[in-house]
Design a protein around this ligand. Sequence first.
Ligand code: HEM
Length: 215
Amino acid sequence: MKTNTSGTMLTLRESTAGHHRRAEQHEFQQQFVRGTLPRALYVRWLGQMLHVHAALEAHLDRLVARNLQLKSVFDDSRRKADPLRKDLAFLGAATDQPALPTALAMMAWMDTLAETHPLAVLGVLYVLEGSTNGSKFIARKVRPAYELPANGEGSAYLDPYGDVQPVRWQEFKTAMDALNLPASDVEPIVAAAQQTFDSIRELGAELLASQAAAA
Ligand code: HEM
């Protein structure tokens, strides 16, 4: 069996660097990190991410139930649907906002992925878990912009781990590499990660377009 000698996480990082750059540079993320994204869009974005994470967590639960060693990369402490619901409730927003076409497409794509390459769902997890690296900085801009408290209420999704975020990310990286996945498993995981970056960027574009259309 051909193993992935350079390490799953290094492969993921290197194969998605351009996708990260494009996602980060998109206008939606730029407004986010500058603290200029309108509050209404922040709330709608949380609502869409709730759809994505709820679907992802259901797939991961099924995957972990069949492969118990995957508990090292996904357990209850990595769940984001609950923090998202709490943020929305704190902001006085509905937790059942209708899913936009991009979120619906992402959910349909994850369903297919889970059928064809179940392990590839880890690529989606990689991107969203890794996004805590940047969203920690975004949270610092978002709190004053929307007058959110420093205790994290209303921004728990962006900064779920607080001071231990770097430790939690290192743990994730170590656990992923320790799975020693063969290259034949890493390839679909990388493709799923690339697709996830593109979908999240598209979601931001869709939210901005919907705001422009409403103006
Ligand atoms: C303004 C927006 C963003 C900023 C400023 C930002 C910033 C960062 C930073 C500073 C890191 C850590 C780099 C390192 O330690 O080597 C990082 C890593 C990462 N970010 Fe972002 N990011 C942004 C948007 C996003 C978005 C939208 C996503 C996902 C959709 C994302 C996913 C990731 C992932 C997966 C990693 C881990 C990369 C690795 O494998 O090391 N980021 N980001």
